[in-house]
Write a protein that binds this ligand. Structure first.
Ligand SMILES: Cc1cc2nc3c(=O)[nH]c(=O)nc-3n(C[C@H](O)[C@H](O)[C@H](O)COP(=O)(O)OP(=O)(O)OC[C@H]3O[C@@H](n4cnc5c(N)ncnc54)[C@H](O)[C@@H]3O)c2cc1C
Length: 288
């Protein structure tokens, strides 16, 4: 393991002060499930590692007015077990419950999952489909960035060296949501494709649809064309199949060690179809 100075921030002000002074030479540490392997492999050579897990106000899920606020150090296990999320954001709770295994879910955090900016980050599609925003704090002030503008590419976000991701906010959804993930095995696996949908329905008619994909482009993506096809339409198998094909137009899959691009396209189409049908309450049948 390489040499660096470790500092554990006691408060938010303490962490922001540290980053204001030394942010350009610092890596923030939350659960460490991405950062520690990267430090071992010397992918980064920071002078300082700043632990933020001791900052109590960064942890937890709460409701404030019509907004759900999730602290950046909230773990996947906490998300999966949150009654608020199970009720209002089931796709996010489902995604968190499918990450890694129990040990990873107890350590890994929502902030780390997003700031690491892997195209395969499982929390990104549900949060994109929920119109989530990232709250970034620094000594200079607060920035609220829609999650769809947060990712710049693999491993790259809009976070500046002196900024800390403190919270994710979600306008309380009116409809329902579904998350589906395909990996190379059932558990402890990164996604080959992941899909999240949020649907608002009235008497079987779609009022609002939001669809997001993971692992099929340099960043997680929304599917505006497919969403527009569904709005103000009766949800049936034919429309769902059309929308699922259109959704993949937002993708730019590549071949990698987990899957070929053509397979991601085909599997993604099936997953979007299944997620939409499940969210619309259509019984599994020929169309699934
Ligand atoms: C065995 C294994 C299985 C896994 N399975 C999955 C899986 O199925 N799905 C999946 O999506 N991921 C998976 N992961 C990846 C990982 O667990 C997640 O991405 C995790 O959520 C990262 O969170 P963390 O708290 O551990 O982040 P850390 O490792 O502490 O940090 C990750 C990055 O984010 C930065 N960072 C962290 N917090 C902040 C903050 N508040 N502000 C600014 N920057 C910050 C760090 O500087 C670092 O660059 C797996 C990892 C392992 C080792």
């Amino acid at each position: 393991m390489q040499q660096f100075q470790f500092y554990s921030a006691a408060s938010l002000g303490d962490a922001l002060g540290f980053l204001a002074e030394k942010g350009d030479r610092t890596r923030v540490l939350a659960g460490g499930t991405d950062l520690v392997p990267a430090l071992r492999e010397e992918l980064f050579r920071p002078g300082f590692v700043l632990n933020v897990l001791e900052i109590a106000e960064l942890n937890g899920v709460r409701e404030e007015g019509r907004v759900l606020r999730i602290g950046s150090t909230t773990t996947h296990a906490q998300l999966a077990e949150s009654d608020l999320l199970k009720k209002f954001c089931p796709s996010l709770a489902q995604a968190a419950g499918l990450i890694g295994g129990p040990l990873i879910r107890n350590r890994g955090t929502i902030g780390g999952n997003l700031a690491n900016a892997s195209p395969a980050a499982d929390l990104a599609p549900p949060l994109l489909s929920l119109d989530a925003e990232a709250v970034l704090l620094s000594r200079r002030g607060t920035r609220v960035v829609p999650l769809r503008d947060f990712f710049l590419g693999p491993g790259k976000t809009v976070l500046q060296p002196d900024e800390l991701l403190t919270e994710i906010t979600i306008p309380r959804p009116r409809g329902t949501g579904v998350f589906l993930k395909l990996g190379r095995r059932q558990a402890m696996t990164l996604s080959v494709v992941s899909v999240a949908v949020s649907l608002e329905l009235e008497k079987g008619r779609c009022q609002e649809a939001r669809i997001a994909l993971g692992s099929v482009a340099p960043t997680p993506v929304r599917c505006p064309g497919a969403e527009a096809m569904l709005r103000d339409r009766e949800m049936d198998w034919e429309l769902i199949a059309q929308s699922a094909r259109e959704a993949m137009a937002a993708s730019r899959p590549v071949d990698d060690q987990r899957a070929k691009a053509w397979y991601r396209l085909q599997a993604g189409t099936v997953l979007v179809r299944r997620a939409l049908a499940r969210a619309a309450g259509l019984p599994p049948g020929d169309g699934s």
